[in-house]
Ligand binder design. Sequence first.
Ligand code: SAH
Length: 262
Amino acid sequence: VGKVYLVGAGPGDPELLTVKALRILGQAKVVLHDSLVSREVLAEASPQAEMVDVGKRCGTKLLSQEDINALLVAYASNHDIVVRLKGGDPLIFGRAAEEITALRDAGVPFEIVPGITAVLSAAAAAGISLSDRRVASQILITTLSHGPESCGREWDAINSATTVAIYMPGRDYGALATKLLDKGLSGDTPCAIVSHASSAGQEIRWTRIADLYEDARLPAPAILIVGKVAAQRAEDFPPDLLFRGFRSGEALQPQVSVWGKN
Ligand code: SAH
């Protein structure tokens, strides 16, 4: 029986892979990856490895989660190194729990290799200190998509000292804004929307909750960082820039060349 590695592919930039992920990818006999994983990261896999795309595209699942679980177990029966490669970190909105259960039930040895999750990459791109002690005391990683265990109270922990990282923001940022306002946050609370963090298409938009209704959404994958910490960067600019919303590539050219990718 082979071993299955649940490996975090990071946000896109192959330089953000861990050394361990890179080594295991180089030794893999088969790589089952999501569609979110960048081409540059896939290129780090051993040229001999069989590459299997098990991802979703435009909401259409290529394979069900049960199919993927079964594939992992099947590949491990005749390959010594099986890599299950997931965008970001495998343990954050990555369905790793279901795969771990399947591997345990089948008696397949496995190891988890963490990766840089989207919010960390987005915060780095935007220069946001997520836990800035002057304004924040907690970080909530969350999403609007409700799982079967949802009780509708997931966001109860939010207060004015919370940094909220919203994964899978979907098409309607207005629904997010309504839910954040319902939780008592002010409409002036700053937000940073980061699309394609760490990749060539990286875009950052600074806005505030009240403007989420009107702001055009950025292309997926995008993440929202909401909270006072998101004001730190924008504070450097005249107040009329603060809430208007602008694209980082236009207004912040000098900084972008420092933080962004060439
Ligand atoms: N396991 C992944 C998350 C998978 S859920 C991780 O740890 O990052 C998919 C969501 O992650 C996307 O809808 C988006 O909100 C976020 N995401 C993933 N990669 C991203 C990137 N490069 N830039 C911005 N958001 C990203």
